[in-house]
Write a protein that binds this ligand. Structure first.
Ligand SMILES: [Zn+2]
Length: 111
């Protein structure tokens, strides 16, 4: 599971990372709900036809850490494509991710 990869290796000053996501689109059920994913750096797409989908949070997280930002909300479309086999031209996956990122930083040690 890609969910499980710890965020600490990216930046040791981050105490805690919590990502919550609301995914809408194919494979997400009739009434999608906010899910807490915890310490993840990417969102997986649940569209069964989607290839190389999801949302990569690495860049966003790096920016947040660089500016010591604690909270961020955003909405992104899946970056994947629906592969239709040889008969159908591939098209963009239309799954949509609303997500919230919450970061807690280690307290600065007094000198
Ligand atoms: Zn997708």
């Amino acid at each position: 599971m890609s969910w499980q990869r710890p965020y600490r290796e990216l930046n040791p000053k981050v105490e805690e990372l919590i990502v919550t996501v609301l995914e809408e689109g194919k494979g997400t059920g009739r009434s999608p709900e906010w899910q807490t994913l915890g310490s993840v750096t990417q969102l997986d797409c649940h569209n069964p036809l989607c290839q190389r989908g999801g949302v990569d949070l690495h860049h966003t997280l790096r920016e947040m850490v660089a500016t010591r930002r604690a909270e961020l909300e955003n909405v992104k479309m899946c970056r994947g494509t629906e592969g239709g086999g040889s008969r159908v031209a591939p098209r963009h996956c239309l799954n949509r991710f609303a997500y919230r990122i919450s970061l807690a930083y280690e307290a600065e040690r007094p000198a």
